[in-house]
Design a protein around this ligand. Structure first.
Ligand code: WTA
Length: 657
């Protein structure tokens, strides 16, 4: 029976903004009884042990489920497994052998697509694992991956995991310099990249950026996928073509027997300082949480086509465009290009073409597509969609309702998943078979996890009281284990606000209703979410100050209609430099060059003076208030209160309460 047009959710007759799963959804869903929350909370450690046994194939079972030595914790201690075995080998032994694992759609609609079955994926992963070995990569070595959205990226990640190498994926739109900083910190030996890729029809010469990125790093070998065939510089003895190495690679590579607590990957992310931190995830716990959250949050079934639009360079790409759904034996869709290329309906055309059933994206994309007009999605039959997901930033009500009505046809739940690079997989969201689905409200913590909202003193807050979101023991198995090579920073970053027993998320939140549904209100630190991409204001400041014109600068996040937030920069210039549109563009260009286009400031505001305390510290609180049209508050402690008046005028400040 076709499921198209089935009503999966129904409106609450009493509470206007609540939606609940329909009988059809409850019947279909893996979980539909809300008792699981209570059951899981009785003994979360045993609960996770049960899930770990059911979802993952272990070579050897663990001796101890959970060990907590605050602030450190471990899961499934002594357990042995390999995540690539779980993502490919176990499926080729079943009927899924010939099932599509990856459907790849190129940016240009005129190029052929590629479909890899589980057996294709198995073969390629085995072969590439042997290639890595032949290049000298051993268990525990770090491998950099700097690639566009092509199937070789999943192959490379799974091949690393197969031999126990730790991958560190760097977003392909990051600059060569950003790549270099990360490769230096990771001390990577090998880099996997591509000659280039298309973005809005334009050729991006990725290899050129990669060449700049490996300068001065320990990288000895570079493997290059020929995606475009553009002219690239290949260094003899260092650079190799992927397809040439694969030609002679043997077909079988035994998966390494990994300990549950062996590192699986490092993913760099922004913190409050300019230096990105290497978030370290370990094998067993990550596998368990990635597997179950994929299955339950998205109600993932064998017949589904799961499209997570996130780039692989971010945690969402790692967990939901690779490990999670593949461990479930699901079919994933991977699209190389921009959402609106060559026409604004490209995404909807892809949904229709492949009959996508689960669609997971970011509020920024939803707002952008909403702005392009309803006529674009309306041109396509989107009735294959059963579940919609969102992630990365708080979603506003207007975007939620548009997504719900226009994309989901009012039939599909919206799963608003709150999580972080640090948490490895989703942690707070409503489940499709349980609900409720409430615009702007994420939902309840995943069964078996433990969250609270605290005030500054650490008191638990009740319904409607805004505070800080924290997690308590037992910490979800997929949580980061440390910051690579920097356990002190790990302690300081997450375990100093409320002590070593409470994980501090840096997010503001409140409990929305008596059910305990949680509404997120945004970061409370200097991390911005720009079009869903995580960046710190300090990184942008560091980049700007490399321009010779700048004496001082301060970057803050300003609200933006589509991107959610954008960086804006207040700068003071050296004598001899004058504010001008050219200089503004040059400064923006400096940031693009040093970090990447994602970090480009939306506005540069030239000022004579920045508001400072008597000890000479820039008062960012005031700049933030100015950028957001919020009340400025007390300025009496400033050394130069008159600077604020001048700034108000420049920025066009209008206070709104
Ligand atoms: C924000 C992305 C509101 C939050 C997976 C968090 C969200 C940061 C949501 C992590 C959501 C993520 N609602 N805010 N559904 N999901 N965030 O590391 O501020 O790129 O701390 O991980 O994104 O961003 P990151």
């Amino acid at each position: 029976m076709s499921e198209r047009n089935v009503q999966w959710v129904v409106k609450d007759p009493e509470r206007e903004n609540y939606y609940w799963p329909s009988e059809a959804m409850k019947k279909k869903a893996w979980v539909s009884d809300e008792k699981i929350y209570e059951e899981a909370s009785k003994d979360p450690v045993s609960w996770w042990a049960k899930l770990a046994k059911e979802g993952i194939t272990w070579f050897k079972e663990w001796d101890e489920t959970y060990r907590w030595d605050p602030p450190f914790y471990q899961w499934f201690i002594g357990g042995k497994l390999n995540i690539s075995y779980n993502a490919v080998d176990r499926h080729v032994k079943t009927w899924r052998r010939n099932k599509a694992a990856i459907i790849w759609e190129p940016e240009s609609p005129d190029e052929p697509n590629r479909i890899l079955t589980y057996y294709d994926l198995y073969r390629e992963v085995n072969k590439f694992a042997n290639v890595l070995k032949s290049l000298g990569v051993k268990k525990g070595d770090r491998v950099g991956i700097y690639m566009p959205m092509i199937p070789e990226v999943q192959i490379a990640m799974l091949a690393c995991a197969r031999i126990g190498a730790i991958h560190s994926v760097v977003f392909s739109a990051f600059s060569g310099k950003s790549l270099r900083d990360r490769m230096l910190d990771a001390e990577a030996k090998v880099l996997v990249t591509a000659d280039g890729y298309y973005r809005r029809g334009k050729i991006i010469n990725l290899k050129k950026n990669a060449d700049e990125g490996i300068k001065g790093t320990p990288i000895e070998k570079v493997v290059v996928v020929k995606r475009l065939g553009n002219e690239v510089n290949m260094v003899e003895g260092r650079d190799y073509w992927w397809h040439e190495l694969m030609e002679d690679a043997p077909l079988n590579c035994e998966p390494e027997v990994m300990d549950s607590e062996d590192p699986l990957f490092i993913l760099y992310t922004s913190g409050t300082t300019g230096k990105p931190k290497g978030i370290e995830h370990h094998t067993g716990g990550y596998a368990v949480q990635a597997y179950w959250t994929s299955r339950w949050d998205f109600d993932l079934h064998d017949e589904d086509v799961f499209w997570c639009t996130a780039d692989i360079g971010w945690i969402t790409g790692h967990t939901y465009s690779c490990y999670g759904p593949l461990m479930n034996g699901a079919t994933i869709l991977v699209y190389e290009g921009a959402p609106d290329y060559p026409t604004p309906d490209r995404w909807w055309q892809i949904v229709e073409k492949y009959g996508v059933t689960i669609f997971y994206t970011a509020p920024t994309a939803i707002r952008m597509l909403m702005k392009l007009g309803d006529e674009w999605p309306k041109k396509h039959d989107l009735s294959s969609i059963r579940i919609l997901g969102t992630v990365g930033e708080p979603i506003n009500e207007e975007a939620w309702l548009w997504y719900f009505k226009v994309i989901g046809g009012g039939r599909c739940p919206i799963i608003d998943t709150w999580w972080q690079t640090e948490t490895g997989a989703t942690l707070i969201n409503s489940l499709p078979g349980i609900g409720p689905f409430i615009p702007t409200v994420a939902g309840r913590p995943f069964p078996g996890t433990n969250f609270a909202i605290l005030d500054e003193e650490g008191n638990k807050l009740g319904i409607g009281e805004g505070g800080y979101l924290v997690q308590m023991s037992p910490f979800a198995p997929g949580m980061l284990r440390t910051i690579y090579k920097d356990p002190e920073r790990f302690k300081k970053q997450y375990w100093s606000v409320y002590g070593e027993k409470i994980y501090y998320t840096s997010d503001g939140a409140y409990i929305y209703d008596e059910m305990g549904n949680i509404r997120l209100t945004g970061r409370v630190d200097d991390v911005m979410k720009v079009a869903g991409h995580r960046l710190s204001t300090a990184e942008v400041e560091n980049a700007l100050t490399q321009h010779p014109a700048i004496v001082e600068c301060a970057v803050v996040a300003a609200p933006h209609e589509i991107k959610g937030e954008v960086p804006i920069a207040f700068v003071t210039l050296k004598a001899g430099y004058k504010p001008s549109p050219d200089l503004e563009n040059e400064l923006k260009g400096t940031v693009t060059k040093i970090i990447g286009p994602t970090a480009r400031p939306d506005r540069i505001i030239f000022v004579d003076d920045l508001p400072k305390t008597r000890s000479g510290k820039i008062m960012r609180r005031i700049l933030k208030a100015l950028a957001r049209n919020q009340p400025i508050g007390d300025t009496t402690t400033l050394m130069n209160p008159e600077s604020v008046e001048a700034l108000k005028e420049k920025i066009g400040y209008r206070e709104v309460q």
